[in-house]
Design a protein around this ligand. Structure first.
Ligand SMILES: COc1cc(/C=C/C(=O)SCCNC(=O)CCNC(=O)[C@H](O)C(C)(C)COP(=O)(O)OP(=O)(O)OC[C@H]2O[C@@H](n3cnc4c(N)ncnc43)[C@H](O)[C@@H]2OP(=O)(O)O)ccc1O
Ligand SMILES: O=C(O)CCC(=O)C(=O)O
Ligand SMILES: [Fe+2]
Length: 361
């Protein structure tokens, strides 16, 4: 007979929520109790779990782009083509030292392996800065079903602020990861901008495309019934561009714009997964696509990922770029304050691509 909640140390779902969310043990703590059955609040609606039915393992794959010669036109063309047709691609030979990637992955494991009392210093309630937040799931108070993931979210203000408030155990590696990725990020934004008739990334454009940076350290522990839940539910990012470092475990799936199938993003050693976010979709008036993606839970392995969300400044007003609508194209999005858009995203549970409707005319 399958084990039930009553055969574990928890006698009801409220005790699980208290242990995971309020006491800060996260799903990592829950997984490490040896729990054998998925608590009810993690059971996703049937339609959110049907992934295998739509997964296409052979025919479709997101492009892998070699950036060894970044000034060749074919690289820029491949990036812009992928941004329009997939909203997702992987890059290899991107110039970010592999040691920097290894170091931030090691630092992520070090943070999540801290005792719960240490990690709890960074929960929303305890953190000494709003730039640092340790949490679980996505928006636990708004969600009908929770997600099997813990995270540490770090919003970059300055080195001095990070020095004062970010956890020592992963600070330097995360700062180095941001710093060493900037050149590649600029290059990608230059390709995407030029294709929209943006001549150069001057101060105004830089502030719109890459005015703020948030890094999340994500931890997906072993899950007792991975088929009944998700690591991250269907969503698109609200960034302009996301640079994602994943480990070798796999589980990220992207919705193909061409077929609607869910396509696995296979781990490629030393690569980044890059995806277009909602802000870029809005700035490009829908030419570049932010695309739904999700992460499966895993029954055998712990998994980590480290996305850098490259965003407009919170105080920027974003809407279709003048360069894009200069050709007479009708704007399909209105001007919005970026921080309003992000607050709207964080206020509700993941719900596919619905956030972008907030900006539609
Ligand atoms: C966590 O699981 C995730 C995350 C994602 C993320 C995808 C992205 O694309 S992240 C990139 C978002 N862009 C930015 O952060 C840049 C712009 N930032 C801002 O405008 C502001 O920093 C702010 C986000 C609006 C926060 O403003 P502030 O006034 O300092 O904030 P608070 O009062 O603390 O927060 C307001 C509200 O937002 C929620 N929230 C804030 N930060 C986070 C966070 N890091 N993670 C989760 N939720 C956050 C929170 O609900 C706050 O409300 P409360 O009721 O808790 O006060 C993709 C997929 C995932 O699974
Ligand atoms: O862990 C992953 O592969 C993706 C995570 C993700 O989509 C996010 O943090 O926005
Ligand atoms: Fe995402």
């Amino acid at each position: 007979m399958a084990p039930t909640l009553s055969t574990t140390q928890f006698s009801n779902p409220a005790e699980v929520t208290d242990f995971v969310v309020h006491k800060g043990n996260g799903v990592k703590g829950l997984s490490e109790t040896g729990i054998k059955a998925l608590p009810d609040q993690y059971i996703q609606p049937f339609e959110e779990r049907l992934i295998n039915k739509f997964v296409n393992e052979t025919d479709e794959a997101i492009p892998v782009i070699d950036m060894s010669n970044p000034d060749e036109n074919r690289v820029a063309e491949a990036v812009c083509d992928a941004a329009e047709k997939w909203g997702f691609f992987q890059v290899i030979n991107h110039g970010v030292p592999l040691e920097v990637l290894d170091d931030v992955k090691t630092a992520t494991h070090r943070f999540f392996n801290l005792p719960v009392e240490e990690k709890c210093k960074f929960t929303k309630e305890n953190s000494l800065s709003t730039t640092v937040r340790f949490g679980t799931s996505f928006s636990p108070l708004a969600e009908q079903a929770l997600e099997w993931k813990d995270y540490l979210s770090l919003f970059f203000v300055s080195e001095a602020e990070a020095e004062q408030f970010w956890p020592d155990i992963c600070r330097n590696e995360t700062l180095e990861y941001i710093d060493k990725s900037k050149k590649m990020v600029r290059k990608l934004l230059e390709y995407l901008g030029k294709n929209l008739n943006v001549k150069e990334l001057d101060e105004t454009k830089e502030s719109l495309f890459m005015g703020s940076i948030r890094v999340n350290l994500n931890y997906y522990p072993i899950c007792p019934n991975p088929d009944l839940t998700v690591g991250v539910g269907r969503h698109s990012d609200v960034s302009s561009l996301t640079i994602l470092l994943q480990d070798q475990i796999g589980g990220l799936h992207v919705r193909s714009l061409a077929s609607g199938n869910w396509v696995h993003v296979p781990p490629v050693p030393g690569s980044f997964v890059i995806n277009i976010g909602d802000a870029m979709q809005i700035l490009s008036n829908g030419r570049y696509k932010s695309v739904e993606h999700r992460v499966l839970a895993n029954g055998n392995n712990n998994r980590i990922s480290v996305p850098i969300f490259v965003n407009p400044k919170p105080e920027s007003v974003i809407g279709p770029l003048p360069e894009v609508i200069a050709n007479g194209e009708e704007p399909i999005y209105r001007d919005i304050l970026y921080s309003d858009y992000v607050r709207y995203f964080f206020r509700k549970a993941h719900d596919g691509k619905k956030t972008v409707d907030y900006a539609k005319i």
